[in-house]
Design a protein around this ligand. Structure first.
Ligand code: SAH
Length: 333
């Protein structure tokens, strides 16, 4: 949008006017009343006001909303808005159409890679979510890059979007600490992120404590095994002074024994890590979520070894909106 406006010789504040109009409910250029009639018509011929258009909206029993979004080229992605106490809302955004990394437990991974999203397509997901939140008298306070795609493989666009999410009005004014980027372990991206000035949170999808298990779950482990990945995380902690969040999906009989917990604790010793244990959400794969009993034993074993962990409750699973279930209708099960 910015490029087209610049090409038309329009000043920079036009972009801000357009974003404000989007935020306050405009669906197309004709509703951008801060523009002259002529400019509205010219823009309408050139490109849509919104780079993402909701084609589907499902509300889960727990209030989680999942949108299917059509992009200009017809590709489809999804984003998910999760409600918390005190009117806070977290948006889970997509950064790519599909994903190249093919993690075995993830529905997006099974789709293969389509293309990178543009910064605009990422920011529009947040504008859409903010509108929805405000309609409910709530606030969009957190954005997590845990939707479709591997954000560190589209890092330029992701960082440009983060700047916009963080910037005060007409940006979204979201605090950097409330923005989280989650990666399957794309090490060069972690290196770059360590030098980025905006202090966003970094989460690593580790999911196993030994290379054999992790390699079977996540093909990226062949390229960046656990030791390399965690060494880069430690470097990131040293450079930024921030903690790294470790995501660990509990899969029954695969990675959830007390021995796995001890191995994980050994790996994370002396580091500034926080572990989030994730419940597995069913996809078409062969895996099963750990039973409550095994989960509790895992948490206790970690705690005995001095590692703090939180269990992240799954949200939106009844409309396939939970982690790992985003597949733009591509799921067959
Ligand atoms: N590509 C990034 C971000 C997208 S996935 C990454 O891998 O981190 C967001 C989180 O959901 C990751 O931790 C991912 O491993 C996890 N996830 C994938 N499939 C899942 C499933 N079926 N159930 C629960 N979590 C899943």
């Amino acid at each position: 949008m910015g490029e087209v406006l610049t090409e038309l010789g329009q000043p920079r504040y036009r972009v801000e006017q357009a974003v404000r109009a989007q935020a306050s409910g405009a669906d197309d250029w004709h509703q951008v009343t801060s523009f002259s009639k002529d400019l509205r018509a010219t823009m309408a011929e050139r490109l849509p006001l919104w780079s993402v258009v909701p084609t589907d909206r499902q509300v889960s029993r727990d209030g989680t909303i999942k949108w299917g979004l059509a992009l200009e080229d017809g590709a489809v992605v999804e984003c998910v808005l999760i409600a918390h106490a005190r009117g806070r809302r977290t948006l889970c955004v997509s950064s790519q159409v599909g994903c190249a990394l093919a993690c075995r437990f993830c529905a997006t991974g099974a789709m293969g890679f389509g293309r990178d999203l543009t910064p605009w397509e990422i920011v529009d997901q947040a504008l859409l979510a903010r509108r929805e939140a405000e309609r409910e008298g709530a606030r969009l306070t957190n954005v997590v890059f845990m939707g479709m795609g591997e954000p560190l493989q589209n890092l330029d666009a992701v960082l440009a979007a983060c700047d916009e999410l963080h910037r005060d009005a007409p940006g979204l004014g979201i605090s950097a600490r409330q923005i989280a980027i989650s990666t399957a372990g794309w090490v060069p991206g972690i290196t770059r992120l360590a030098d980025h000035p905006l202090p966003v949170r970094l989460a690593i999808s580790l999911h196993a404590a030994d290379d054999q298990t992790r390699g079977a779950l996540m093909p990226i482990n062949a390229r960046y095994p656990i030791a390399n990945l965690l060494a880069e995380c430690r470097r990131y902690c040293d450079r930024t002074g921030r903690r790294v969040f470790i995501e660990y999906l509990l899969l029954e009989g695969v990675n959830d024994s007390p021995a796995d917990a001890h191995r994980l604790a050994d790996l994370l010793r002396d580091g500034r890590f926080h572990v989030n244990l994730i419940e597995y959400n069913p996809t078409d794969g062969d895996y099963r979520a750990s039973s409550r009993d095994r989960r509790e034993r895992f948490v206790n074993a970690l705690e005995d070894a001095g590692i703090q962990a939180s269990v992240r409750r799954s949200r939106g699973a009844d409309v396939d909106a939970a982690c790992g279930q985003l597949a733009a209708g591509g799921r067959t099960g």
